[in-house]
Ligand binder design. Structure first.
Ligand SMILES: [Fe+2]
Ligand SMILES: [Fe+2]
Length: 206
């Protein structure tokens, strides 16, 4: 019961509360370049997609931590989740600066990612659960790399945030690998990519 209440509390806080980063934003030292309204709109759409990605990361890690009986794996997942909170706070802050907003569908994204994470961890076991982390982080990293190209040329603040997130996600994948992840079957990877494409296309607008 305690665990369920803690999980519900985490879910509500992730979706509805304001987040505090434990590290300063990579954009904090950057003087804002002037962006046109169209550039701000485009940067906002991309940063909203990244924010949704971080909502999903919180949901996945929380679900996987709930699903495992292995204490050291749970601690590993909770530590990674804490670092993802920085990403959530940084993207949230940048969205505000750009005059954008977070996705209206965040409760839905959270619930979907939580369900997938929980089922994957329960069905696949710990090594598969870690494999799921590796694949998720790799896909997010590739996605962030594409944003380094598609963000407006002058949006140095968003770029600095995306670059740091990308480095962190790469490390999360390496850490999960070192903790004993197994490689996921190709069809599962394909399904994950397809789900990510839907999420990206929708969150770009809503
Ligand atoms: Fe992240
Ligand atoms: Fe990550």
């Amino acid at each position: 019961m305690d665990t369920l209440l803690t999980t519900a509390n985490l879910a509500l806080r992730t979706v509805f509360a304001h987040h505090h980063a434990s590290r300063a934003s990579p954009a904090s030292e950057i003087v804002d370049a002037s962006l046109s309204n169209a550039e701000k709109r485009e940067a906002s759409a991309l940063m909203r997609v990244n924010h949704v990605g971080e909502i999903c990361a919180q949901a996945l890690y929380t679900a996987q931590a709930l699903a495992t009986n292995n204490d050291s794996l749970r601690m590993h997942l909770q530590a990674a989740c804490k670092e993802e909170t920085d990403h959530l706070a940084w993207t949230e802050e940048r969205l505000k600066e750009l005059g954008g907003r977070t996705s209206l569908l965040n409760p839905l994204w959270y619930a979907g990612a939580f369900g997938i994470g929980f089922v994957a961890a329960k069905l696949g076991g710990d090594a598969m659960s870690l494999g799921f982390v590796v694949e998720t982080e790799r896909q997010v990293e590739a996605h962030l790399q594409s944003h380094m190209k598609s963000l407006p040329e002058n949006d140095h603040a968003s770029r600095a945030i995306v670059a740091q997130m990308k480095a962190d996600e790469m490390r999360h994948a390496q850490e999960a690998q070192a903790a004993g992840a197994v490689e996921l079957p190709a069809p599962i990877k394909g399904l994950m990519r397809a789900a990510a494409r839907v999420m990206t296309a929708v969150a770009h607008r809503v």
